[in-house]
Ligand binder design. Sequence first.
Ligand SMILES: [Zn+2]
Length: 123
Amino acid sequence: MSVCPNCGTNLEEGAKFCASCGYEMSPRSNNQESDQEYYTNDNAIEPEIVGSPANIVKDRMVAGIFAILLGTFGIHKFYLNDMGMGVLYLLFSWTGIPSLVGLIEGILYLTATDEEFQEKYVK
Ligand SMILES: [Zn+2]
C-alpha cells in the first residue's frame, strides 16, 4: 500500500499516478533497477581464467620420446621437473648408462596410463 505524497490518498500498490489528484508517483523500484543495471555493466569484464589444469599435466608421450631419444642427457627428467635426476643423468651421460635407463623409462612412460604416469613420474 502506498500513499500519495501530494494529497495523502491511499493508492494501489505500484500505481504510477494518484487516482485522486493525478500526482505522478516515482516508485523506488525504478531507481533500484537502474542501479542494478549499472552494477551489472560494471562487472561485464570477465576475469581471465588463471592456471588451467592443462598447464600442470605433463604430456606422457613427450616425456616418453624425450626419455628414449634424449635420455642420455636426462632431458625427460628436466621435462618432468626432476632437476636432481636430470643433472645426475647429464653427469653420467658419458657412461652410456643413462641412455639405457632412459630407454626403459621411456617405454614405462608410454605403456603407463595417464593417471599412473602423473602419479609415479611427474614431480
Ligand atoms: Zn494525490
